[in-house]
Design a protein around this ligand. Structure first.
Ligand SMILES: [Zn+2]
Length: 303
Protein backbone atom coordinates (compact mmCIF):
# COMPACT_ATOMS: atom_id res chain seq x y z
CA UNK A 1 0.00 0.00 0.00
CA UNK A 2 2.72 2.46 0.93
CA UNK A 3 5.33 1.33 -1.59
CA UNK A 4 6.29 3.59 -4.48
CA UNK A 5 4.73 2.95 -7.90
CA UNK A 6 5.62 3.65 -11.48
CA UNK A 7 3.90 2.77 -14.77
CA UNK A 8 4.33 -0.70 -16.27
CA UNK A 9 4.82 0.76 -19.78
CA UNK A 10 5.21 4.15 -21.38
CA UNK A 11 2.10 6.03 -22.52
CA UNK A 12 1.72 8.56 -25.37
CA UNK A 13 -0.73 11.43 -25.50
CA UNK A 14 -1.36 13.87 -28.28
CA UNK A 15 -3.61 16.89 -28.16
CA UNK A 16 -3.99 20.63 -28.51
CA UNK A 17 -2.28 22.99 -26.08
CA UNK A 18 -4.77 25.39 -24.49
CA UNK A 19 -2.54 28.45 -24.74
CA UNK A 20 -0.76 27.96 -28.07
CA UNK A 21 -3.47 25.99 -29.92
CA UNK A 22 -0.80 23.78 -31.47
CA UNK A 23 -0.48 19.98 -31.29
CA UNK A 24 1.66 18.68 -28.46
CA UNK A 25 2.97 15.14 -27.97
CA UNK A 26 3.60 13.83 -24.45
CA UNK A 27 5.27 10.54 -23.53
CA UNK A 28 5.03 9.38 -19.91
CA UNK A 29 7.73 6.81 -19.16
CA UNK A 30 8.31 4.52 -16.17
CA UNK A 31 11.10 5.65 -13.80
CA UNK A 32 13.16 4.16 -10.99
CA UNK A 33 12.50 4.43 -7.25
CA UNK A 34 12.93 7.92 -5.72
CA UNK A 35 13.03 9.53 -9.18
CA UNK A 36 9.78 11.41 -8.54
CA UNK A 37 7.76 12.99 -11.33
CA UNK A 38 10.10 14.89 -13.66
CA UNK A 39 9.08 16.74 -16.84
CA UNK A 40 11.46 17.09 -19.78
CA UNK A 41 11.14 19.55 -22.67
CA UNK A 42 12.44 17.55 -25.64
CA UNK A 43 11.82 20.21 -28.31
CA UNK A 44 14.63 22.44 -27.02
CA UNK A 45 18.34 21.83 -27.49
CA UNK A 46 19.69 20.62 -25.11
CA UNK A 47 16.56 19.14 -23.51
CA UNK A 48 15.69 20.54 -20.06
CA UNK A 49 14.51 18.45 -17.09
CA UNK A 50 12.12 20.17 -14.67
CA UNK A 51 11.16 18.32 -11.47
CA UNK A 52 7.44 18.49 -10.64
CA UNK A 53 8.02 20.27 -7.33
CA UNK A 54 6.55 23.49 -5.96
CA UNK A 55 10.01 25.11 -5.95
CA UNK A 56 9.95 24.99 -9.78
CA UNK A 57 6.59 26.74 -10.15
CA UNK A 58 7.06 29.96 -12.12
CA UNK A 59 3.45 30.96 -12.88
CA UNK A 60 -0.02 30.20 -11.53
CA UNK A 61 -2.07 32.72 -13.53
CA UNK A 62 -4.21 30.52 -15.78
CA UNK A 63 -2.70 27.15 -14.97
CA UNK A 64 0.25 25.75 -13.07
CA UNK A 65 3.50 26.36 -14.98
CA UNK A 66 6.89 24.97 -13.96
CA UNK A 67 10.21 26.16 -15.33
CA UNK A 68 13.99 25.97 -15.18
CA UNK A 69 16.73 27.91 -17.00
CA UNK A 70 14.08 30.01 -18.79
CA UNK A 71 12.33 26.92 -20.22
CA UNK A 72 8.74 26.37 -19.06
CA UNK A 73 5.95 23.80 -19.25
CA UNK A 74 2.39 25.05 -18.63
CA UNK A 75 -0.91 23.35 -17.71
CA UNK A 76 0.65 20.45 -15.84
CA UNK A 77 -2.08 20.21 -13.16
CA UNK A 78 -4.55 17.78 -14.76
CA UNK A 79 -1.78 15.34 -15.69
CA UNK A 80 -0.25 15.73 -12.21
CA UNK A 81 -3.67 15.07 -10.65
CA UNK A 82 -3.98 11.87 -12.72
CA UNK A 83 -0.52 10.65 -11.62
CA UNK A 84 -0.93 11.58 -7.96
CA UNK A 85 -4.57 10.49 -7.85
CA UNK A 86 -3.75 7.02 -9.17
CA UNK A 87 -0.67 6.72 -6.96
CA UNK A 88 2.14 7.02 -9.53
CA UNK A 89 5.22 8.26 -7.63
CA UNK A 90 7.89 7.96 -10.33
CA UNK A 91 7.65 8.92 -14.01
CA UNK A 92 9.49 10.87 -16.69
CA UNK A 93 7.14 13.09 -18.69
CA UNK A 94 8.67 14.03 -22.06
CA UNK A 95 6.92 17.01 -23.65
CA UNK A 96 7.51 18.24 -27.22
CA UNK A 97 6.27 21.75 -26.57
CA UNK A 98 5.62 24.44 -23.96
CA UNK A 99 2.46 22.94 -22.43
CA UNK A 100 0.60 19.75 -21.63
CA UNK A 101 -2.38 19.25 -24.01
CA UNK A 102 -5.70 20.25 -22.47
CA UNK A 103 -7.45 17.07 -23.79
CA UNK A 104 -11.12 17.26 -22.67
CA UNK A 105 -10.36 19.66 -19.80
CA UNK A 106 -10.31 16.88 -17.19
CA UNK A 107 -7.83 14.22 -15.98
CA UNK A 108 -9.82 11.34 -17.45
CA UNK A 109 -7.96 10.86 -20.79
CA UNK A 110 -4.71 10.48 -18.77
CA UNK A 111 -6.30 8.25 -16.12
CA UNK A 112 -7.82 5.94 -18.75
CA UNK A 113 -4.45 5.32 -20.42
CA UNK A 114 -2.52 4.91 -17.15
CA UNK A 115 -5.08 2.39 -15.90
CA UNK A 116 -4.90 0.50 -19.19
CA UNK A 117 -1.09 0.19 -18.91
CA UNK A 118 -1.19 -0.59 -15.19
CA UNK A 119 1.09 0.29 -12.29
CA UNK A 120 4.30 -1.42 -11.24
CA UNK A 121 4.86 -1.64 -7.49
CA UNK A 122 8.43 -0.75 -6.53
CA UNK A 123 10.69 -1.79 -3.66
CA UNK A 124 11.05 1.49 -1.75
CA UNK A 125 8.56 3.08 0.65
CA UNK A 126 6.79 6.26 -0.28
CA UNK A 127 7.67 9.60 1.22
CA UNK A 128 4.73 10.51 3.46
CA UNK A 129 4.47 13.89 5.12
CA UNK A 130 2.52 13.78 8.39
CA UNK A 131 0.91 17.13 9.22
CA UNK A 132 1.08 17.87 12.96
CA UNK A 133 0.53 21.65 13.06
CA UNK A 134 -2.09 23.44 10.99
CA UNK A 135 -0.94 25.83 8.29
CA UNK A 136 -3.08 28.23 6.30
CA UNK A 137 -3.06 30.73 3.47
CA UNK A 138 -5.82 33.33 3.55
CA UNK A 139 -6.62 35.98 0.96
CA UNK A 140 -9.82 37.88 1.80
CA UNK A 141 -12.65 35.30 1.75
CA UNK A 142 -10.50 32.71 -0.06
CA UNK A 143 -8.42 30.26 1.93
CA UNK A 144 -6.56 26.96 2.12
CA UNK A 145 -5.91 25.08 5.35
CA UNK A 146 -3.84 21.99 5.90
CA UNK A 147 -4.79 20.28 9.16
CA UNK A 148 -3.64 17.29 11.13
CA UNK A 149 -5.80 14.26 10.31
CA UNK A 150 -5.04 10.55 10.25
CA UNK A 151 -7.02 9.85 7.07
CA UNK A 152 -5.90 11.94 4.07
CA UNK A 153 -8.87 14.05 3.06
CA UNK A 154 -9.83 17.05 0.94
CA UNK A 155 -12.76 19.40 1.54
CA UNK A 156 -13.27 21.87 -1.27
CA UNK A 157 -15.93 24.55 -1.56
CA UNK A 158 -16.71 27.28 -4.08
CA UNK A 159 -19.19 30.15 -4.34
CA UNK A 160 -19.80 31.57 -7.82
CA UNK A 161 -22.57 34.07 -8.54
CA UNK A 162 -23.91 32.05 -11.47
CA UNK A 163 -27.29 30.25 -11.71
CA UNK A 164 -25.77 26.82 -12.42
CA UNK A 165 -22.91 27.07 -9.90
CA UNK A 166 -23.68 28.99 -6.68
CA UNK A 167 -22.35 27.32 -3.53
CA UNK A 168 -20.91 23.83 -4.01
CA UNK A 169 -18.95 21.62 -1.62
CA UNK A 170 -17.08 18.37 -2.11
CA UNK A 171 -15.52 16.20 0.59
CA UNK A 172 -13.35 13.32 -0.53
CA UNK A 173 -10.85 10.82 0.84
CA UNK A 174 -7.51 11.15 -0.90
CA UNK A 175 -7.20 7.72 -2.49
CA UNK A 176 -7.15 6.31 -6.00
CA UNK A 177 -10.69 4.92 -5.97
CA UNK A 178 -12.26 8.22 -4.85
CA UNK A 179 -10.17 10.16 -7.35
CA UNK A 180 -11.09 7.95 -10.31
CA UNK A 181 -14.80 7.61 -9.50
CA UNK A 182 -15.54 11.12 -8.24
CA UNK A 183 -13.07 13.63 -9.66
CA UNK A 184 -11.20 12.40 -12.74
CA UNK A 185 -13.90 13.29 -15.29
CA UNK A 186 -14.67 16.79 -13.97
CA UNK A 187 -13.75 19.41 -16.58
CA UNK A 188 -12.34 22.88 -16.22
CA UNK A 189 -14.79 25.74 -16.80
CA UNK A 190 -15.02 29.37 -17.79
CA UNK A 191 -17.51 32.10 -18.62
CA UNK A 192 -17.96 32.92 -22.30
CA UNK A 193 -17.01 36.59 -21.83
CA UNK A 194 -13.77 35.64 -20.07
CA UNK A 195 -13.07 32.98 -22.71
CA UNK A 196 -13.51 35.59 -25.47
CA UNK A 197 -11.33 38.13 -23.66
CA UNK A 198 -8.55 35.53 -23.16
CA UNK A 199 -8.84 34.42 -26.80
CA UNK A 200 -8.49 38.04 -28.01
CA UNK A 201 -5.37 38.38 -25.89
CA UNK A 202 -4.05 35.21 -27.57
CA UNK A 203 -3.92 33.31 -24.27
CA UNK A 204 -6.22 30.39 -25.07
CA UNK A 205 -5.90 29.68 -28.78
CA UNK A 206 -6.67 25.99 -28.10
CA UNK A 207 -9.85 26.52 -26.03
CA UNK A 208 -13.14 25.05 -27.29
CA UNK A 209 -16.35 23.39 -26.09
CA UNK A 210 -14.44 20.10 -26.40
CA UNK A 211 -11.88 21.15 -23.78
CA UNK A 212 -13.93 22.97 -21.10
CA UNK A 213 -17.39 23.71 -19.76
CA UNK A 214 -18.30 27.13 -21.16
CA UNK A 215 -21.00 29.15 -19.41
CA UNK A 216 -23.08 32.04 -20.68
CA UNK A 217 -25.21 34.18 -18.34
CA UNK A 218 -28.02 31.61 -18.22
CA UNK A 219 -26.40 28.20 -18.29
CA UNK A 220 -24.03 25.68 -19.82
CA UNK A 221 -23.29 26.12 -23.55
CA UNK A 222 -21.91 22.62 -24.12
CA UNK A 223 -24.60 20.59 -25.93
CA UNK A 224 -23.83 17.48 -23.85
CA UNK A 225 -24.41 19.37 -20.57
CA UNK A 226 -22.61 18.53 -17.32
CA UNK A 227 -20.97 15.24 -16.34
CA UNK A 228 -22.00 15.73 -12.69
CA UNK A 229 -24.42 18.34 -11.27
CA UNK A 230 -21.54 19.65 -9.13
CA UNK A 231 -18.84 19.23 -11.80
CA UNK A 232 -17.46 22.71 -10.99
CA UNK A 233 -16.41 22.01 -7.39
CA UNK A 234 -15.21 18.55 -8.38
CA UNK A 235 -12.87 20.15 -10.90
CA UNK A 236 -11.56 22.52 -8.23
CA UNK A 237 -10.87 19.46 -6.06
CA UNK A 238 -9.08 17.83 -9.03
CA UNK A 239 -6.92 20.95 -9.40
CA UNK A 240 -6.09 20.76 -5.68
CA UNK A 241 -4.96 17.12 -6.15
CA UNK A 242 -2.71 18.21 -9.03
CA UNK A 243 -1.16 21.04 -7.06
CA UNK A 244 -0.67 18.98 -3.86
CA UNK A 245 1.27 16.53 -6.00
CA UNK A 246 3.91 19.26 -6.35
CA UNK A 247 4.90 18.61 -2.72
CA UNK A 248 6.64 15.50 -4.11
CA UNK A 249 5.15 13.46 -1.26
CA UNK A 250 1.91 11.89 -0.11
CA UNK A 251 0.34 14.13 2.52
CA UNK A 252 -1.27 12.70 5.64
CA UNK A 253 -3.58 15.52 6.60
CA UNK A 254 -6.80 17.29 5.73
CA UNK A 255 -6.71 19.96 3.04
CA UNK A 256 -9.59 22.44 3.25
CA UNK A 257 -9.96 24.94 0.41
CA UNK A 258 -12.56 27.65 -0.18
CA UNK A 259 -12.70 29.70 -3.40
CA UNK A 260 -9.07 28.72 -3.90
CA UNK A 261 -7.05 28.14 -7.06
CA UNK A 262 -3.54 27.42 -8.28
CA UNK A 263 -1.99 30.49 -6.66
CA UNK A 264 -3.32 29.73 -3.16
CA UNK A 265 -2.46 26.03 -3.53
CA UNK A 266 1.07 27.05 -4.51
CA UNK A 267 1.45 29.35 -1.51
CA UNK A 268 0.26 26.54 0.79
CA UNK A 269 2.70 24.02 -0.73
CA UNK A 270 5.55 26.52 -0.26
CA UNK A 271 4.53 26.94 3.40
CA UNK A 272 4.49 23.18 3.81
CA UNK A 273 8.09 23.09 2.59
CA UNK A 274 9.37 26.01 4.63
CA UNK A 275 7.46 25.95 7.94
CA UNK A 276 7.76 23.28 10.59
CA UNK A 277 4.26 21.80 10.45
CA UNK A 278 4.98 18.07 10.43
CA UNK A 279 7.55 15.45 9.56
CA UNK A 280 8.41 12.92 6.87
CA UNK A 281 7.39 9.47 8.08
CA UNK A 282 10.09 6.81 8.14
CA UNK A 283 8.14 3.69 7.16
CA UNK A 284 11.11 1.46 7.79
CA UNK A 285 10.54 2.15 11.51
CA UNK A 286 7.26 0.37 12.18
CA UNK A 287 7.07 1.55 15.80
CA UNK A 288 7.04 5.18 14.66
CA UNK A 289 4.31 4.38 12.18
CA UNK A 290 2.11 2.87 14.91
CA UNK A 291 2.85 5.32 17.68
CA UNK A 292 2.75 8.62 15.96
CA UNK A 293 -0.33 8.23 13.81
CA UNK A 294 -2.56 9.37 16.63
CA UNK A 295 -5.41 11.51 15.33
CA UNK A 296 -5.22 15.07 16.50
CA UNK A 297 -7.80 16.71 14.35
CA UNK A 298 -7.79 20.46 14.70
CA UNK A 299 -10.82 22.46 13.63
CA UNK A 300 -10.06 25.53 11.54
CA UNK A 301 -11.00 28.83 13.09
CA UNK A 302 -12.22 31.11 10.36
CA UNK A 303 -12.68 34.76 11.22
ZN1 LIG B 1 -8.04 22.64 -13.79
Amino acid sequence: MQMQNTLKKQVHFQGVGLHTGSQVTVTVKPALENHGIVFMRTDVEPSVRIPALSSYIVDTTLSTTIGKDGVTIATIEHLMAALWGLGVDNALVEVEGPEIPIMDGSSYPFVKQFKRRGLHKQSVHRKIFVVTEPISVIDGDRYCYLLSQKIPKLTCSIDFAHPVIGKQKCEIKIDAKSFVTRLAKARTFGHLKDVEMLRQKGLIAGGSLDSAIVLDDQGVMNPEGLRYPDEFVRHKALDAFGDMALSGMRILGHLVTHKAGHELHYRLMRKLMTEKCGYVLDLTRQEQFQEELIPSFIQPTIA
